[in-house]
Structures are given as C-alpha cells and as structure tokens.
Design a protein around this ligand. Structure first.
Ligand code: BMA
Length: 331
C-alpha cells in the first residue's frame, strides 16, 4: 500500500534524482553549498536556516552571523528554493512586552505553518539561550510572544498542527555553553504562550549502538506526518579527538503520543564528508533545520547548515527514509 504523507503539494520543489551508482538513502545537491557564506555584504556565514513554501515560491528565516560575529536572523525569499534574496537588514520582531522583545541574539530558526500563520521558533538570547516564539502571515511583520521555556534550551521545533487539541513542540534543555549532553523533550500549549505536560522523547544513543548520536541530540526540521507516524529528522553529536561531529538521522514518533518513539535509525543519513561540511568556522557540522516535501511523489529536500558557514541541500524519498529507519532500528 502506498504511504500516505500529509502536506501541501509541491511538485516544483528543488530536486535532483539519486546520482547513478549512489546507494545512500539521502544524497547531496550537486550545487551545494546552495547558499554561500557571503550572500550578504555583511555576512560572515549563513547556515542553520529555515525555509517554507510561500506564495508562488518560498520564504525563509536565515541565520546570518555578521562580520562582527553577531548572530542575527534575516528574512529571505526565493522563486525556486535555490537562489535566495536575503534582506540585508536583520529581522526585528514586534512585541508588546519590552523585556521580552529586547533583541540580544537569535540563531537556529525553524518555521512551521499552522493553519494560516507561519510560526518562527529560534534560539533566543534571554539570560542565556531559550526558545523564542513569533508568528507572521506575510514575512514582513513578525509578532513575538513570550519565550516558551526557561533558559537554557535550544532546538525548539513545532509540530505543524495541534495534537490532541494543543500546540506541540519538541525542545532540548541544555546549558549556557557548548552543551555536552542533551535529550529531546515534548511539550504542549493551549495558546503558544504557556507550555507544559513535558514528556521525555529520547536520549542520546549508547555509544556501542550508534556512536554518531551518543553525546547529544536535537530535533531538526518540522516533523512530517505520515500514516507510519511522524517522521522526525534530528541531529546527533559525537565527541571525537578533534571536537564535536554533527550528523543527522531519522526517527518515527507515534501520531497521537509523539513522545513515544517507534523506530530510530542506527546509521546516520548524512554526516560531514564533503569539504564544505568538513572545513569552515566550526568543522565537521551537518545541522538540519528545515525541509520541503511533496506528498504525491514522496520527495524531500532537507536544508542543513554546513560547518557553521554555508547552507546545503540533501534529497531523499520519505518512504525510503521510513523504511531505512525501521530496518536499522536500534530501539
Ligand atoms: C550548536 C548550535 C548550532 C551549531 C552547533 C555547532 O550548539 O550552536 O548553531 O551549528 O552547535 O557549532
């Protein structure tokens, strides 16, 4: 039986067929890195960014660190998902509360469409990193709400619909530094302001079972709903002799109780291998924050930060990723 995948039709999404001779579950775009570090005259690096279908094309919220090495978010637009026009001015949120709306820093955005709003979550500086929440309908004006959690937290990723009547978010409690630990949790909210009913989703894997994800993990793109459950693509970190190595893989979450993991891959989908993933401001990082998919063909394109410097794209088929997740399950 054909897998049912939720989502809006996207037949013209960025895509390349699997290269001849490639046996990998996911493969890289031949134009990688699709977003260079200096797309803006003032950018040191553009990576870990979020894109969504918008109007006739695409919109996004991009992590652009400037040449002061300050972390900022910028809005961008694209006709094809590959060539981006990124606004030179940093995104500024409108907020009723001065204390919450005061900009300190922001990074690693995600964007989820829920009904007729696009919701941005990002790692927001408020006495340390926590999860900022804002919405827009036009990618011009963004309305910022309260931070979802107490510091310290990172990798806040919304589900694309209410679950059991409430908004739902994955996150990863952390510390104020280069967090050497981290589990994924699930939280619910009636209104996007008050978050509770926190549930544990998953911990790093045992080193002996799957070393690329043995130190910390964090959710990546917005989960995709299928009749096999929610497909969650997430990053995992290994500490090697020369530092942290960020790879990504996939897990399946129960549709109604998404804190229940039904399958989790052993091998990674993508790990730092190409020069632009191995060399940059932070070497050996592949960090996914967004994906586009077309339900009818099952195609998925994952946007991922490369070496904290540029942005790459990787392609795959959702049914093959699900089959891989179940076949290599380490639970
Ligand atoms: C994490 C985040 C990411 C970054 C990664 C590797 O803690 O700060 O933005 O890509 O480290 O440096």
């Amino acid at each position: 039986m054909k897998l049912h995948i939720e989502g809006q039709p996207l037949p013209a999404m960025p895509w390349e067929d699997r290269p001849a001779g490639c046996n990998d579950v996911m493969w890289r775009c031949s134009a990688n890195p699709v977003i260079p570090r200096n797309l803006l005259p003032t950018s040191n690096s553009i990576f870990n960014s979020a894109v969504v279908p918008f109007g006739e094309g695409y919109a996004g919220v991009f992590r652009c660190d400037d040449t002061n090495r300050r972390m900022a978010l910028h809005v961008g637009f694209s006709d094809d998902g590959l060539a981006w026009r990124i606004e030179p001015q940093p995104l500024r949120f409108e907020c009723d509360n001065k204390e919450i709306g005061e900009w300190v820093y922001g990074y690693d955005p995600r964007v989820a469409r829920i009904d007729d709003r696009w919701w941005v979550t990002w790692c927001n500086g408020y006495h340390g990193p926590t999860i900022g929440v804002a919405w827009t309908t036009d990618f011009r004006t963004f309305h910022q709400l309260e931070n979802a959690f107490l510091p310290f937290n990172r990798n806040g990723v919304l589900f694309p619909r209410k679950i059991n009547g409430r908004y739902a978010m994955l996150s990863r409690p952390s510390d104020n530094g280069h967090t050497p630990f981290g589990d994924i949790f699930y939280s619910e909210s009636p209104d996007m302001e008050f978050w509770g009913r926190h549930r544990h989703v998953m911990s790093p894997a045992p080193f002996e079972a799957s070393a690329w994800q043995c130190m910390k993990i964090g959710a990546g793109p917005i989960p995709i709903e299928t009749d096999e459950g929610w497909l969650m693509i997430y990053h995992g970190v290994l500490r090697s002799c020369s530092g942290y190595v960020y790879s990504f893989g996939s897990a399946l979450l129960d549709r109604d109780k998404p804190w229940r993991v039904t399958a989790r891959c052993g091998p990674y989908l993508i790990a730092p291998r190409e020069l632009y993933e191995l060399v940059g401001d932070v070497p050996t990082v592949t960090f996914p924050c967004a994906s586009l998919h077309d339900p009818a063909t099952g195609r998925i394109a994952v946007y991922y930060g490369c070496a904290d410097t540029v942005t790459g794209l990787a392609f795959g088929y959702i049914d093959e990723i699900i089959e891989f997740t179940k076949r290599t399950n380490i639970l």
